[in-house]
Design a protein around this ligand. Structure first.
Ligand code: SAH
Ligand code: SF4
Length: 372
């Protein structure tokens, strides 16, 4: 029987592991720093790029470790510079990552799962359910591919791509630790934002890590009744429990939580919803990020008119809630959550009718401006 050797991914390897391996093959210790610099500072996707490493050692690295197993199969750049990448994983599944430039910084929006188990009614990502989790190295592959595009590390990373990050907890946290670790990429945890649909056990677990990662919670409604029109029961937690978890998160990390609120016409966009939202945001010390819906083809879910959005925003402001409205970027690309993947597979999953016409980029204004 053929034995399959599972190689360790080069982008997850620790300094100690690499040193030990180098010693075991009779290589000097200084090679460790060289190799790690190629991986974590130059985002090398193959040992062939490691010009100051001898060819024989590069061959051994290839034998021992797997390098980037993810490849870019499509890239759409909008007029404003937003670039959406469709990435193919080693098993043929696809995920999306988005590079969002602003005048003085870059934000990367990364995915954590192929598909999503939560299945919010207005979101293309969840329309086909969960296919699988990304492993640590796949999450890092996304990051490395984006880093290679801009020639450096981003200013901010938001986990607002496909998937419920907190339902792929250990891989997410391991990837964030590698992004943040000083011996690795050195990206400050304060510049990394995890967005969750309100998965309470995950919020509590993340709070217990006591790391200053930013937390964005997709609250979307001020009452459980209204929330039920947007998020299926299976993974929906009561607002009261979510708020308790947010307060716990703040008390453990000192990070102000952001409520993401996708505004959907005639469902959650009335002045009374805004007032109720102000009350719960106040109770959690939360900021609010309003996201005007990008329709995915279901006529039951459409975007409110501009004046309704402005009114909603001004009510929150009048109640002293810090509020931003997500800026639309990527107008001429297929930039909505999960839509590029759906259109690539050529399937009309769920309610998506014309993915090419639906655009949304996961831009978190606060994260982009580094204010979190
Ligand atoms: N699963 C996580 C993170 C990914 S979704 C979460 O739900 O928070 C990131 C954000 O995009 C969420 O706030 C989500 O509600 C929002 N979103 C998804 N589809 C959308 C759409 N069609 N229009 C507007 N916002 C959408
Ligand atoms: Fe999943 Fe988030 Fe989309 Fe809901 S909004 S289906 S949780 S990716």
């Amino acid at each position: 029987m053929n034995q399959v050797t599972v190689k360790t991914s080069a982008n997850t390897i620790s300094e100690t592991e690499l040193k030990e391996w180098l010693r075991s093959i009779g290589q000097p210790e200084y090679r460790c720093a060289q190799i790690r610099s190629w991986i974590f500072k130059n985002f090398a996707v193959s040992p062939d790029e490691m010009k100051n490493v001898p060819v024989e050692l590069r061959a051994k690295l290839s034998e021992k470790f797997s390098f980037c197993r993810t490849s870019e199969i499509k890239s759409d750049k909008s007029a404003d510079g937003t670039e959406k990448l469709l990435l193919k994983l080693h098993d043929g599944e696809c995920v999306e990552s988005v590079i969002i430039p602003s005048p003085d910084r870059f934000t990367f929006c990364l995915s954590t799962q192929v598909g999503c188990p939560v299945g919010c009614y207005f979101c293309a990502s969840g329309s086909g359910g969960l296919i699988r989790n990304l492993d640590v190295s796949e999450i890092l592959d996304e990051l490395f591919i984006c880093c290679r595009k801009i020639g450096g590390v981003p200013d901010n990373i938001v986990f607002m791509g496909t998937g419920e990050p907190l339902m792929n907890y250990s891989n997410l946290v391991a990837a964030m630790n590698i992004m943040g670790g000083s011996g690795y990429m050195g990206i400050s945890p304060r510049r990394i934002t995890v967005s969750t649909s309100g998965f309470v056990p995950g919020i509590i677990r993340l709070a217990d890590e006591k790391k200053p990662w930013n937390l964005a919670v997709s609250i979307h409604a001020p009452t459980d009744k209204v929330r039920a029109a947007l998020i299926p029961l299976k993974h929906r937690y009561p607002i009261k429990e979510i708020c308790d978890a947010c307060r716990y998160y703040f008390s453990n990390t000192g990070r102000i939580v952001t409520f993401e609120y996708t505004l959907v016409k005639d469902i959650n966009d009335s002045p009374s919803h805004a007032l109720e939202l102000a009350t719960i945001a106040h109770g959690c010390g939360a900021k609010v990020n309003l996201i005007p819906l990008n329709p995915i083809g279901n006529p039951a879910f459409s975007r409110p008119e501009k004046q309704i959005i402005t009114k909603f925003e001004s009510i929150l402001r009048s109640k002293k809630i810090p509020v931003t409205v997500r800026v639309e970027k990527g107008d001429n690309i297929n930039a909505a959550c999960g839509q590029l993947r759906v259109s690539h597979h050529g399937k009309q999953v769920g309610a998506v009718k014309d993915p090419v016409k639906n655009h949304r980029v996961h831009r978190d204004e606060n994260a982009v401006k580094g204010k979190k």
